[in-house]
Design a protein around this ligand. Structure first.
Ligand SMILES: Cc1cc2nc3c(=O)[nH]c(=O)nc-3n(C[C@H](O)[C@H](O)[C@H](O)COP(=O)(O)OP(=O)(O)OC[C@H]3O[C@@H](n4cnc5c(N)ncnc54)[C@H](O)[C@@H]3O)c2cc1C
Length: 441
């Protein structure tokens, strides 16, 4: 007997789940609330809608997102297929005609006898309409409708579901100028938990000016309510008073600069993002500064003059779970058997990443119901690196784009461009081996 599978949400991830199952002869029902109800960002009745930019970012295989797209294409991703069929010129990026893109996805699924699209909002996981199903996939995205979000909250606990992200930038370790920074935690200079970037008084005031005058992103109408005291944008804190930062996230107390033997006027702290310490986040630097402005202003921090930003900061409405806490390695809710999550709601970030997550879940479910469970993709490839973000517990779990820092480190000293080339080459080999070993068609 084949299982009855319902997918809640016909966005990028939901469509990928359905496509992988459909290709292997499994039937799914997609419950999509549009056009009965639209989230504040969705406008089209079609499935697989791109809510903002029409770009799926870099095509270059030496970029992490280019690599991820290549791996997805190798696994018959419907999103990549649609993108290649509806591509518009955009240099080294893969940009699409968004209408035709969504149309391709909607038609492909709609025309399959293995997929039924039901236009209906699911209000709760206990909705009687879901009773006949053996497996539920929640792929309702970062703007999941409120009743379902509340129901999910009850199932997993309110500490593990977030409604906004307050993301601080991440820099690569090898782009830090290690001559200017030092290790140590407050009152424990032996510790290697933080990297400290000391600032003189002059540097501090110049940096504060940069934050205040930097161009900010205007919040969208439905995002205006965000202003928790606990995660104020760094530039808002700078605006509050001359020394607010120096007494707040940049306070230097308990930190002695080994070069001067004294406390600096202010200190920006960086915290490791992974065990390998190849990536560091700027502690307390959630921000609404525009991306280019972040690069310009944050490179004023001593030690970060040439920083490579693996992720930039942001604050926006985004519903997502604490993936490592609530999900199994195959994206099943630990608290609810046979209920899986896919897409941005798991804690990945971005069109391509959300799609990749759905693709993996669809592939996994198809393999499971065919009688053999696939192994996880290795951390050497882009898909493996991305999914590892959802497994590795962190103090402050935040959504993440795919990047080389998530992948297994190379442990070879080489120029950034050379190292990326080597990582990409290694990724292709590991990915190919994993794919060969999957044992499913
Ligand atoms: C405003 C905004 C702008 C973004 N811009 C970009 C960008 O430019 N580039 C980028 O890479 N990423 C962007 N993202 C991030 C993210 O990649 C996208 O949101 C992406 O579409 C997520 O894919 P998904 O499949 O998880 O969710 P979605 O594509 O949002 O799909 C979820 C689907 O579930 C449906 N749904 C929700 N609740 C229910 C319910 N209760 N019952 C039935 N159906 C339901 C929705 O109508 C929707 O169709 C943006 C996110 C937001 C919120």
């Amino acid at each position: 007997m084949k299982p009855k599978i319902a997918i809640i949400g016909g966005g990028l991830a939901g469509c990928e789940v359905a496509n992988q199952l459909m290709m292997r002869g499994f039937k799914t029902h997609i419950y999509e609330m549009k056009p009965e109800k639209f989230s504040p960002a969705h406008k089209s009745e079609k499935l697989g809608e791109l809510v903002c930019s029409n770009s799926l970012r870099s095509k270059e295989i030496t970029s992490a997102v280019g690599l991820l797209k290549y791996e997805m294409q190798e696994l018959d991703s419907i999103v990549i297929k649609a993108a290649l069929k509806t591509e518009v010129p955009a240099g080294k990026s893969l940009a699409v005609d968004r209408e035709r893109f969504s149309e391709y996805i909607t038609n492909t699924l709609d025309q399959s006898s293995n997929v039924e699209i039901i236009r209906r909002e699911i209000l709760s996981l206990h909705d009687p309409v879901l009773t006949p199903y053996d497996v539920l996939v929640i792929a309702a995205g970062p703007l999941i409708s409120e009743p379902l979000a509340k129901d999910l909250l009850n199932s997993i606990g309110e500490d593990e579901l977030y409604f906004y992200d307050a993301i601080a930038p991440i820099v690569s370790a090898d782009s830090i100028n290690w001559d200017k920074v030092f290790w140590g935690s407050r009152y424990d200079m032996e510790s290697k938990d933080y990297v400290n970037c000391p600032m003189t008084e002059e540097e501090y005031y110049r940096f504060r000016e940069g934050l205040i005058n930097g161009k900010k992103v205007e919040p969208k109408g439905f995002e205006k309510e965000i202003h928790f005291e606990g995660c104020l944008p760094i530039e808002t804190m700078a605006q509050r008073g001359e020394l607010t930062l120096a007494y707040g996230p940049l306070k230097p107390v308990g930190l002695i600069d080994p070069k001067t033997g004294k406390s600096a006027f202010a200190v920006v702290q960086l915290r490791a993002e992974n065990l390998e310490k190849t990536m560091f986040n700027l502690v307390g630097f959630q921000t609404k500064l525009k991306y280019n402005e972040q690069k310009r202003v944050f490179r004023m921090i001593p030690g970060l003059e040439n920083a490579e930003f693996l992720r930039l900061g942001s604050i926006h409405r985004n519903t997502y779970v604490n993936g490592p806490k609530v999900l199994s390695e195959y994206l099943e809710l630990k608290s609810l058997k046979n209920v899986y999550l896919a897409g941005q709601i798991t804690g990945v970030e971005g069109y391509v990443e959300s799609s990749a997550c759905g693709l993996f879940l669809g592939l996994y479910l198809a393999s499971k119901f065919s009688g053999h469970k696939i192994s996880l993709p290795p951390k050497e490839c882009a898909l493996g690196g991305l999914l590892s973000h959802l497994r590795e517990e962190k103090k402050d779990f935040q959504p993440m784009n795919v990047n080389f820092g998530l992948m297994a480190p190379l442990n070879i000293r080489a120029k950034k461009s050379k190292r990326r080339e080597m990582m990409a080459k290694r990724a292709l080999k590991y990915f190919e081996d994993w794919k060969q070993g999957l044992g499913i068609k």
